[in-house]
Write a protein of this length. Structure first.
Length: 89
């Protein structure tokens, strides 16, 4: 489950429901979450590579930066979505 990494960070069941709803209805959000998951798998594999060449280290750092950027985008969009949903209630 690609969104599982983010759902683990949410403790409130309503937030989990909203996150899943956004994932299922917003294509851009889904792409971000799926790409983050893909990068997570790749970075986990690369970190186990020993010894690590200079080129692999650079690749790993670039992937980690992209992952962090995506995570920021994902949480910002989720929080905006949550605010909109709360305002409608």
């Amino acid at each position: 489950m690609k969104k599982g990494l983010f759902l683990k960070e949410l403790t409130n069941e309503e937030d989990k429901k909203l996150f899943t709803e956004l994932y299922e209805t917003d294509e851009e959000f889904k792409e971000w979450v799926d790409r983050h998951y893909e990068l997570n798998v790749k970075t986990d594999k690369l970190e186990k590579h020993n010894p690590m060449s200079s080129a692999l280290e650079k690749e790993l750092e670039a992937m980690k930066r992209e992952k962090l950027h995506l995570k920021d985008l994902i949480w910002a969009k989720f929080n905006q979505y949550k605010k909109q949903k709360m305002a409608k209630q």
